[in-house]
Design a protein around this ligand. Structure first.
Ligand SMILES: Nc1ncnc2c1ncn2[C@@H]1O[C@H](COP(=O)(O)OP(=O)(O)O)[C@@H](O)[C@H]1O
Ligand SMILES: [Mg+2]
Length: 434
């Protein structure tokens, strides 16, 4: 079959890499793709947000399945559009993608269906939001309702901070329409974890746990980024905890959708805070995480195309996802200055050398080809990913591969997986399998 992948980041390279191994995928295309995706598929220069252009491309290629990577095209209704024209597409409809594109929608759904999440208020009026915020003493979190490029969440230490955050979002409209409504919620403490599940409207299948590192600097310092590295599995997520996630989050999610007349087909990735009272949902994402996908695809043993088709066709119950027992670690190499301003067009050296390491895979995020070179073209440049017998081995191999690669101004965190290893040392027996 012919598959078209929408997007051009590390997540899409990992999906394309995995799909390219399927004997059932005869031809793989990507729009717009990047230099790494181009090694396994044919890239077309159509933006992931150009809906008419993507529909025309699906028609031209006679794509049997279109896999939508990023959140924006989902929220804009790309899956709906393709389906209206008779094309099969993987990803939720725009209406179901509201779990990610509207935090107010997601929180109200969780409140209605008893899914554990931080206590909150939602506001469309800045005066009311201000009044509520002044009643909160300790820290709180102010969140813009809509998609805000990962910048719409502000952790506030005092009523003064929250007053400022609310006025920025609601009065000054720094996030445009995304800030017309806000959530103000309780601050939670704990370890974060990402849970990925495929849903076909009736049932779900889980991926192993994973964990991202959002801050740019070691020991979680500096500003937030799109994600600087991931591990899977997460030793803090025991199998008992995974069971709680199924009982308290995924099953009520499906029941809630049925009660509300919503159908969710695609990948659902709840971001969790593991609090002392149990796991609570920070947010829902309506697509694969980036860079979580990089570690999950390394561990996925069964054919990805079978799983994606089962979701689209509503036959997930008959499908099994098989995973390797090995652990995986992904270390992101970013451009110097990211998430602020950074230079582009820097030649990347050592990719071939890194590719020689067994069980290591360099996924491209922001790269492009320039003559004979592969050069940097984004903030996050590469997701250097490796498998190993356990987290320690995977981490060593990932950093071995990183050491072979260089470009001007390259930055990476040196501590990906470090907290997990310390946790395992102080909790013998926590070595988790999923
Ligand atoms: N209630 C909360 N308590 C503590 N930290 C939070 C809370 N809500 C969000 N955060 C922090 O902010 C990050 C981003 O919030 P999230 O809801 O995931 O929004 P988005 O990914 O859309 O920016 C989280 O990963 C977490 O670190
Ligand atoms: Mg998040």
């Amino acid at each position: 079959m012919k598959v078209l992948i929408i997007g051009g980041g590390g997540r899409e390279h990992a999906l394309a890499w995995k799909l390219s191994q399927s004997p059932r995928v005869k031809k793989l295309h990507a729009a717009p793709g990047n230099a790494g995706i181009a090694q396994v598929s044919e890239c077309r220069p159509v933006s992931a947000e150009d809906l008419p252009g993507l529909l025309a491309l699906a028609k031209e290629l006679k794509a049997d399945l279109t896999v939508v990577g990023p959140d924006n095209p989902l929220a804009m209704g790309l899956v709906d559009l393709l389906q209206q024209h008779g094309f099969r597409a993987f990803g939720p409809s725009a209406s179901a993608a509201r779990f990610e594109s509207s935090k107010v929608f997601a929180k109200e759904f969780m409140a209605r269906h008893g899914i554990p999440t931080a206590k909150f208020g939602s506001f469309a009026d800045s005066g009311e939001a201000q009044k509520f915020a002044q009643t909160i003493h300790g820290p709180c979190v102010v969140k813009a309702d809509g998609l805000a490029l990962g910048k719409g969440v502000i952790i506030c230490q005092s009523p003064r901070d929250s007053a400022l955050a609310i006025s920025q979002m609601m009065d000054k409209k720094v996030f445009g329409a995304a800030g017309e409504r806000v959530i103000i919620e309780e601050f939670m403490q704990g370890e974060e974890a990402s849970i990925h599940a495929l849903l076909d409207g009736k049932t779900y299948k889980l991926f192993p746990s994973s964990q991202d590192n959002k801050r740019v600097g070691d020991n979680d310092t500096g500003p937030n980024t799109g994600g600087m590295g991931t591990i899977s599995p997460v030793p803090m997520v025991s199998s008992a905890l995974m069971q709680t996630v199924e009982e308290k989050i995924l099953k009520p999610f499906l029941r809630g959708c049925a009660a509300d007349g919503l159908e969710y087909r695609g990948l659902l990735y709840p971001g969790l805070m593991l609090t002392r009272e149990g796991p609570k949902v920070l947010e829902f994402n309506a697509r694969f995480g980036d860079p979580e996908t990089q570690v999950l695809m390394m561990r996925l043993e069964s054919d990805l195309i079978d799983a994606l088709e089962a979701v689209v066709d509503g036959r997930l119950a008959d499908t099994t996802l098989k995973f390797r027992r090995e652990a995986a670690v992904c270390v992101v190499m970013s451009s110097g200055g990211y998430p602020g301003d950074y230079a582009k067009g820097k030649p990347i050296r050592g990719l071939d050398d890194a590719a020689k390491l067994p069980d290591a895979q360099v996924f491209h995020a922001g790269t492009r080809r320039s003559g004979n070179d592969i050069v940097t073209a984004g903030g996050r440049v590469l997701g250097v990913t490796a498998l190993g017998a356990d987290l320690r081995a995977a981490r060593e191999r990932a950093y071995d591969a990183v050491a072979r690669i260089s470009f001007d101004g390259a930055h990476c965190r040196k501590d990906i997986g470090g907290r997990a290893l310390r946790f395992m040392e102080s909790n013998p027996g926590s070595e988790c399998k999923a």
